[in-house]
Design a protein around this ligand. Structure first.
Ligand SMILES: [Zn+2]
Ligand SMILES: [Zn+2]
Length: 100
């Protein structure tokens, strides 16, 4: 499989089923990068840097108090569609079992 560290991407044979990186070095580097990204993101947010909703076609400015990456409108829309999917799933399952 491919190393999950995007600057590496080397093919390797995992020794354990949950191995994501080709080496300890990659694991450490990738983890540090993730922490650094999270740190800067938080810093930007608290500094009041403008951030826009990550949803395609939506460029609503995010409030600095919004810890997420999408606006509350998209968040609600996503939640509704997730719920509808679950309802559909339950309906299809119960529809089958009621016949039996
Ligand atoms: Zn690697
Ligand atoms: Zn949005």
């Amino acid at each position: 499989m491919k190393c999950a560290h995007n600057q590496c991407g080397k093919e390797f044979t995992p020794r354990t089923h949950n191995m994501k990186y080709c080496s300890d070095e990659c694991c450490r580097t990738a983890t540090n990068e993730k922490l650094r990204d999270a740190y800067y993101e938080k810093k930007d947010r608290l500094a009041g840097k403008k951030r826009v909703c990550k949803t395609n076609g939506c460029d609503v400015l995010l409030s600095r108090y919004n810890e997420g990456k999408i606006c509350s409108k998209c968040e609600n829309a996503k939640r509704t569609s997730d719920r509808n999917e679950i309802i559909e799933m339950v309906r299809s399952v119960t529809g089958k079992t009621s016949k039996a």
